[in-house]
Design a protein around this ligand. Structure first.
Ligand SMILES: [Zn+2]
Length: 84
């Protein structure tokens, strides 16, 4: 579960555990003052890092698979053509 950081005008900065689907807090649970949500450092790093890594890995894997698939298909096709 991600931790969101909020900044209250009166209490200062605090953290709140919330689900992704939960509405962001608009008021401080302690004093009721308006709060601003800060971007959590941890969540940002994990999201960016794993996302980029997975995308890179997948595309590279996909390219290699596509290449071998093409080679296999074309060689089979040419064999078929010569056979018949
Ligand atoms: Zn407050």
């Amino acid at each position: 579960m991600p931790t969101y950081e909020y900044k209250c005008e009166k209490c200062g900065q605090f953290e709140e555990f919330q689900r992704m689907s939960d509405e962001p807090l608009s008021r401080c649970p302690k004093c009721g003052s308006p709060v601003r949500r800060l971007i959590s450092k941890n969540v940002g790093i994990i999201f960016k890092g794993s996302g980029f890594y997975v995308t890179d890995h997948r595309s590279e894997d996909y390219k290699q698979k596509a290449r071998s698939d093409n080679k296999g298909t074309s060689s089979v096709n040419s064999l078929d053509a010569t056979g018949s």
